[in-house]
Design a protein around this ligand. Structure first.
Ligand code: AKG
Ligand code: FE2
Length: 260
């Protein structure tokens, strides 16, 4: 599958990105238009940039700006996506409030992490495939961010193994919440569209179990990690076919490290 990412932010918007390599039989819905002079390129850029670290190297402090490159056609796309993302951000804040309350924390406990959020939207198109059992739309994976909110049509194909939440909440809640394994099967006759919204914290967020949820009897199960460095490392292993395993949250699981 291919998809194209659109990055919102609390107020701003980020960039288009490539689809990760776990994508199988999916087509690009949008793509940056090739060529064009500098003027034309600027015209298509929209909103405030999203800031992420340039490299995965822990000591490299350099930051990169991601900027949306809106295509000229369809002309309504930009406004529709921006409006959609703004509504998603509002919904995500409400859901984060419910998550905090369910953990016995004040409702606004998690808000601060999203001030300079690195959230994004992906527009996915899965063309029909005559042999669906031989093809995957998206291979088995877990979303790494705080929350994913998915809009999909009635074709179906998303298969979820367990609970619906993000890896990040898993670390925060010290395993009270768990992330979900999921994948997408393609349909033999009908195309499918989906729009996931990935709600992610600011790049400088240090993700670790919340102090309120850990104590001597229930110690922190995860080492602290930088969200920005985590996504940059993940992107690197997704895109460059490196001979390294795609970074996963369990790499920060201290119970596994102790065994090694
Ligand atoms: O298209 C879908 O239903 C889900 C896609 C997905 O899991 C993802 O983009 O992370
Ligand atoms: Fe996913």
């Amino acid at each position: 599958m291919q998809g194209v990412g659109i990055l919102p932010g609390d107020q701003p918007w980020g960039a288009f990105g490539e689809a990760p390599k776990d994508r199988g039989c999916v087509e690009e819905v949008l793509c940056a238009e090739p060529g064009g002079d500098e003027e034309g390129q600027k015209e298509r850029q929209g909103g405030e940039p999203t800031i992420i670290p340039t490299s995965h190297e822990p000591d490299d402090k350099e930051l990169t700006e991601w900027i949306n490159q809106w295509p000229h056609y369809p002309p309504e796309l930009r406004e529709a996506c921006q409006e959609y993302a703004q509504e998603m951000v509002k919904l995500a804040y409400k859901l984060m409030e419910l998550v905090a309350l369910s953990l016995g924390l004040p409702g606004d406990k998690l808000y601060g992490f999203f001030k300079d959020q690195t959230s994004f939207i992906r527009l996915n198109h899965y063309p029909p495939c005559p042999v669906p059992h031989l093809a995957l739309g998206v291979g088995r994976h877990k979303d790494a961010g705080a929350l994913t909110i998915l809009a999909q049509d009635d074709v179906g194909g998303l298969e979820v193994k367990r609970k619906i939440d993000g890896e990040w909440i898993r670390v925060w809640s010290n395993d009270k919440y768990e992330s979900v394994d999921h994948r997408v099967m393609v349909n033999s006759k009908r195309e499918r569209f989906s729009i996931p919204f990935f709600f992610n914290p600011a790049h400088y967020t240090l993700v670790k179990p919340l102090e309120e949820l850990t104590n001597e009897q229930n110690p922190a199960k995860y080492r602290e990690y930088s969200w920005g460095k985590f996504i940059t490392t993940k992107k690197r292993s997704n895109f460059q076919k490196l001979n390294v395993e795609n970074i996963q949250i369990y790499h920060f699981d201290m119970t596994i490290y102790e065994v090694q």
